[in-house]
Design a protein around this ligand. Structure first.
Ligand code: BTN
Length: 244
């Protein structure tokens, strides 16, 4: 689909395996920061933790951005937060909905996921992958209890082009805040924007088991702190957070 964003390259494909692989290839070839790869359909959409991302044709925004941010790869958890806030803001602006954020980067409406985010290092670049469920009328039975779309959540018709333009703008803004104002500002913004960041009772699925407790905010590096009932505070580096 022909689509322009001033000052940046947009590669829009009718169908590809994953925007992540194409964006990574462009990054290896030295494309400029901000390069956008979009697909109407992905045949092998990637989710976090090796899962797949449901990429039904024509109803979602499936996009990867090549980011060269002058931050080391240790900043990826903070970049994930910046991407989450940017995605939340873009959805709110274009749909009028008020999405929540669940650490590290699920975007939720009424506790169901309407968008997910990935961030992978590729040389000195970060490949940011964002999938937004825009106008799905339903989901396969395994996803239906967990997933929603902007349409199912009650938004009036949302143009994917308009959403992409808002997304690119707001991610530019939040990444600029991270680089120029530092991690503390992004952590603070995330904490304000997420009902999960503080005082929420959750269960966290870790590689080696499950812990339950109450969220206690973020560390300066962007990790989630959980206080268990025995008083132990645990820093969650990676894991699936669910409400209890
Ligand atoms: C998650 O599991 O929550 C992350 C999902 C990320 C999906 C997006 S869709 C565009 C980009 N291309 C992919 O293959 N994955 C990301």
């Amino acid at each position: 689909m022909p689509f322009d964003l001033p000052g940046r390259a947009v590669h829009w494909f009718p169908s590809i395996d994953s925007t992540m692989t194409v964006a990574a290839q462009l990054a290896r070839e030295g494309c400029p920061s901000g390069t956008v790869v979009v697909a109407d359909q992905q045949t092998a959409g990637m989710g976090r933790h090796g899962r797949s991302w449901h990429s039904e044709p024509g109803v979602g925004l499936y996009v990867s951005l090549v980011l060269r941010l002058e931050l080391g790869s240790e900043a990826i958890p903070l970049v994930m937060l910046a991407l989450g806030i940017g995605t939340q803001q873009a959805i709110a602006e274009v749909s009028g909905l008020a999405p929540d954020l669940r650490w590290p980067n699920d975007v939720l409406i009424h506790e169901k996921k309407c968008a997910g985010i990935l961030a992978n290092a590729e040389g000195d670049a970060i490949i940011a992958g964002i999938g937004i469920n825009v106008s799905h009328a339903g989901f396969p039975p395994d996803l239906a209890p967990l997933a929603t779309s902007l349409r199912l959540a009650g938004a009036p018709e949302v143009s994917r082009e308009e959403l992409l333009a808002a997304l690119v703008r707001s991610i530019d803004d939040t990444c600029r805040i991270l680089v120029q104002q530092g991690p503390a500002v992004i952590c603070e913004m995330f904490t304000h924007a997420s009902s999960y960041a503080r005082g929420r009772r959750v269960r966290v699925e870790l590689d080696d088991g499950v812990i339950e407790g109450v969220t206690r905010g973020l560390t300066p590096s962007g990790f989630l702190v959980i206080r268990q009932d025995n008083g132990t505070e645990t820093v969650i580096l990676a894991g699936g957070v669910r409400p209890v």
